[in-house]
Design a protein around this ligand. Structure first.
Ligand code: IMP
Ligand code: MG
Length: 177
């Protein structure tokens, strides 16, 4: 049996409403600050673009691209930086924007990497949290949705580079036929 899209977990409307709330909360918390928003490619590109437009703050935007040496469904925690920041973040307020925190190993690595550059502050926003698979107690400041241990796609998130274009978050599973 082949794996494919089997359903919807979060609708376009649910995501939009939650991203609006997150943008407002972040804007309240970081009011008056100039923020470097760091999106993690590729999965967070849609979330990052939407979240930015719900934030009433002075922002700069940069991206990092990382890949994990693991198997297809679980990261190993050994992260390779494919694209580094172009913006120096020493002394800056940084908001790291990631798609999913699962084992937590990717985010833990990225937080350590950025903290090493001595930002004035470092906050983390993730769209989806799968807490049941956590291997390390990484702190996340803003969580969009806490979800069960299911493989999800859409809204920027892929399965084998497919489904990033979906406007909603869908579920991948075994398909008949
Ligand atoms: P972690 O290091 O295990 O926390 O892995 C987080 C990364 O794994 C995310 O940034 C995603 O790239 C990927 N990932 C985890 N769960 C899923 C999923 O359900 N669908 C697609 N990618 C996922
Ligand atoms: Mg990712």
């Amino acid at each position: 049996m082949a794996k494919g899209l089997v359903g919807q977990l979060l609708s376009e409307e649910q995501i939009a409403a939650r991203v609006r709330e997150m943008g407002a909360e972040i804007s309240r918390d970081l009011a008056g600050q100039s923020v470097v928003v760091v999106g993690i490619l590729r999965g967070a590109f849609v979330f990052c673009a939407d979240l930015l437009r719900q934030m009433s703050l002075q922002t700069e935007v940069d991206f990092m691209a990382v890949s994990s040496y693991g198997d297809a469904t679980e990261s190993s925690g050994v992260i390779k930086i494919m694209k580094d920041l172009d913006t120096p973040v020493e002394g800056r307020h940084v908001l790291l924007v990631e798609d999913i925190v699962d084992t937590g190993l990717t985010l833990q690595y990225l937080k350590g990497y950025l903290a090493h550059q001595r930002p004035a502050s470092l906050q983390v926003a993730v769209l989806l949290d799968k807490p049941t698979r956590r291997k390390t107690a990484v702190e996340v400041d803003y969580v969009g949705f806490t979800i069960p241990d299911e493989f999800v796609v859409g809204y920027g998130i892929d399965y084998a580079e497919q489904y990033r274009h979906l406007p909603y978050v869908g579920l991948v599973g075994e398909q008949n036929g």
